[in-house]
Design a protein around this ligand. Sequence first.
Ligand SMILES: *[C@@H]1O[C@H](CO)[C@@H](O)[C@H](O)[C@H]1NC(C)=O
Ligand SMILES: *[C@@H]1O[C@H](CO)[C@@H](O)[C@H](O)[C@H]1NC(C)=O
Ligand SMILES: *[C@@H]1O[C@H](CO)[C@@H](O)[C@H](O)[C@H]1NC(C)=O
Ligand SMILES: *[C@@H]1O[C@H](CO)[C@@H](O)[C@H](O)[C@H]1NC(C)=O
Ligand SMILES: [Zn+2]
Length: 400
Amino acid sequence: MSPLHISAISLISLILRLILTVHSYNSPLDELSKTRRRISHRTSTPEDSTLHVQPGSSFKVALFSDLHFGEDAWTEWGPRQDVNSIKVMSTVLDEEQPDFVVYLGDVVTANNIPIQNSSLYWDQAISPTRDRGIPWASVFGNHDDMPFEWPMEWFSSTGIPPLHCPVNASCPGESEGGKGCSFKGTTRLELMMNELKMNNLSYSKFGPKDLWPSVSNYVLKLSSTDDPESVVAYMYFLDSGGGSYPEVISNAQAEWFNRTSQEINPNSRVSEIIFWHIPNQAYKTVAPRFYAHRSCIGSMFVEKVSAQEAETGMMKLLEGRSSVKAVFVGHNHGLDWCCPYKNMWLCYARHSGYGGYGNWPRGARILEITQQPFSLKSWIRMEDGYVHSEVLLSSSTRKE
Ligand SMILES: *[C@@H]1O[C@H](CO)[C@@H](O)[C@H](O)[C@H]1NC(C)=O
Ligand SMILES: *[C@@H]1O[C@H](CO)[C@@H](O)[C@H](O)[C@H]1NC(C)=O
Ligand SMILES: *[C@@H]1O[C@H](CO)[C@@H](O)[C@H](O)[C@H]1NC(C)=O
Ligand SMILES: *[C@@H]1O[C@H](CO)[C@@H](O)[C@H](O)[C@H]1NC(C)=O
Ligand SMILES: [Zn+2]
């Protein structure tokens, strides 16, 4: 990853962007509902948030995390990484043939994207899944709506503007009186709107409005095709922040989870699986440096756990529900472990992208959900086909 280029310019553009964000809050949904009306005649849509699994068969999910598309787009290196990341996803999809894909955040490196529209890169990242007709859902990571940071070489030798606009960069400032470049990033709401508008296979959601700017908060239901009333699992997606606001899962999100889970799964009868991007503090306590529970499996200690800034109560709620089987996060590109923690497992995905920091080999975590009885199995599929770290997450101890 390129170093951060903090400057007065990026600070000003951040402030501008926040103002613009607030002003654009209503329009994405309006536009989307128009699109939704057009396609609402379809019999099975992601709108009812239900996924289906055939009786007797399992439901396989591939997690793609930290793809970091759009990195260093002004060099030859950058676009080459995206081609490599497409190859990783294509290989995993063809070898595993999953029923569903989860994009676990940091789909794009927005602070590296010198155009207004991160959605173009987002779309490239989605394309291997869409091209194979596989449905998916996404959550936001801390890089997805970062403000663009001008590379140092675009400044004068003194390191102070005048900066020049890169060729083909979006420069709204120029049309507004030639004052040079300014940047309006792509907000979470715009990213989500563009994902949903163009993709009838996307199960992603805007989440409740009162949780914004935290956007990707929603739950999907996995049901058996023979009996839609018999729910196999609930999959919760939460926006762990970062980028345009702090890296936390807020009280409001915890309350939303509390309300929702009690409403749809009051007796904790149905298993629950949780996805978000940035590990929370429990990841630090479960695997402190150089020491881990004997049941931990996967790559540990090659870097330290970068946890959310604060713990606001989400974890307490998860600990209180026997139905919660596992939490899956990305964010730390070098870690791919699973460790038991109280009533559940805490797991990392495997970084799938060639963008972003670190050169650890790429791959994807795979989940396999079976019903009657419920089981949740997981392993990691590497780009070269190697499979490792298989673990049974529906029991409290590691499968031997
Ligand atoms: C953003 O990208 C979408 C396609 O990904 C395109 O339809 C739209 O026109 C773009 N908007 C801008 C402002 O570039
Ligand atoms: C800029 O965009 C134009 C047309 O959109 C294209 O022909 C040209 O090659 C682009 N230049 C660069 C340097 O990308
Ligand atoms: C989804 O959209 C594609 C085009 O993007 C179209 O070919 C396909 O028929 C659509 N599927 C449904 C179920 O509407
Ligand atoms: C969760 O909901 C219950 C009531 O259904 C309430 O007693 C409890 O305080 C809530 N917890 C949080 C953290 O909101
Ligand atoms: Zn990342």
